[in-house]
Ligand binder design. Structure first.
Ligand code: SF4
Length: 263
């Protein structure tokens, strides 16, 4: 194993700014092979990534964390995407049902501290259970979402999962995404047309009013609106010294280095 830091990805990130989402997905598939998966919460941008993976016929499975308190529409969207786009969908679960968690810890999501704990148990830890199976996770974050997400790097290291994260839709603005969805009749979560600009657990997500910030419907009972659940480390600026460990030949491949096989 060898170390690779966020700083090592600087040049690659510069060149990725010019690449299309399709090119970035193909790059991820060609570099990481069977050790790449996409992570989707079955929101609009995740559906676009699913459509692109299907269109390109890439063998990238989709990871979905079922917190046990998702909206039925979200679960139905997952099933439709799997069936109609012929995708391998892998559903991850927390250890405890929400009922068991509430019996043990109380209603956590009603306080700011409890929300962190609840998201950790129901989202982050279930994802961490597949840590070691993938060297790259594809996300669906976009800079047009604003806030902390307006300035993330397309490629980043995720020390918790010890993998690379790639967000191929980083430069998809709202207009481009809306056009893509219409042009390709992309399957999207029906909750979006019912006023939900972002979608998570049914306990912590509401529709938003016209003129409200996009994330106003998340943890509305807690405020402020800028809270993130922690499943996307890109939401928290980790700095250029963050590092992960990968096989040397994989690092060489992803950095585009020539390997001297005669040695
Ligand atoms: S969004 Fe709410 S219910 Fe879902 S895991 Fe986070 S705190 Fe718990």
């Amino acid at each position: 194993m060898a170390r690779i830091t966020q700083a090592d990805l600087t040049e690659l990130n510069k060149s990725f700014e010019e690449r299309t989402p399709h090119e970035l997905l193909q790059w991820a598939s060609s570099i990481f092979g069977k050790r790449v998966a996409a992570l989707s919460a079955m929101q609009m941008a995740g559906s676009v990534v699913c459509h692109m993976i299907s269109q390109l016929k890439l063998e990238i499975p989709i990871l979905f964390v079922d917190t046990g308190v998702n909206f039925q529409e979200t679960l139905d969207t997952r099933d439709r995407l799997a069936r109609d786009y012929n995708l391998q969908m892998i559903t991850l679960h927390p250890d405890l049902t929400m009922e068991e968690q509430t019996r043990k810890h109380g209603i956590l999501y009603l306080s700011a501290e409890g929300q962190k704990e609840c998201c950790e148990m129901r989202k982050t830890i279930p994802l961490q259970k597949v840590s070691g199976q993938y060297d790259c996770l594809v996300g669906s974050l976009r800079r047009a979402e604003g806030g902390a997400r307006s300035r993330f790097q397309i490629l980043s290291v995720d020390p918790q999962m010890n993998c690379v994260r790639i967000n191929p839709l980083a430069n998809f603005d709202n207009e481009v995404m809306d056009n893509y969805i219409v042009e390709h009749s992309v399957i999207v979560n029906p909750l979006h047309s019912q006023g939900f600009s972002t979608i998570s657990c049914n306990r912590c997500t509401t529709p938003v009013m016209p003129g409200e910030p996009k994330r106003a419907g998340r943890w509305r009972h807690l405020g402020p609106w800028s809270v993130y659940c922690g499943i996307n480390p890109t939401d928290f600026d980790g700095g250029t010294s963050q590092a992960i460990d990968l096989p040397q030949d994989l690092i060489d491949r992803l950095l585009g280095r020539e390997t001297d096989f005669s040695i």
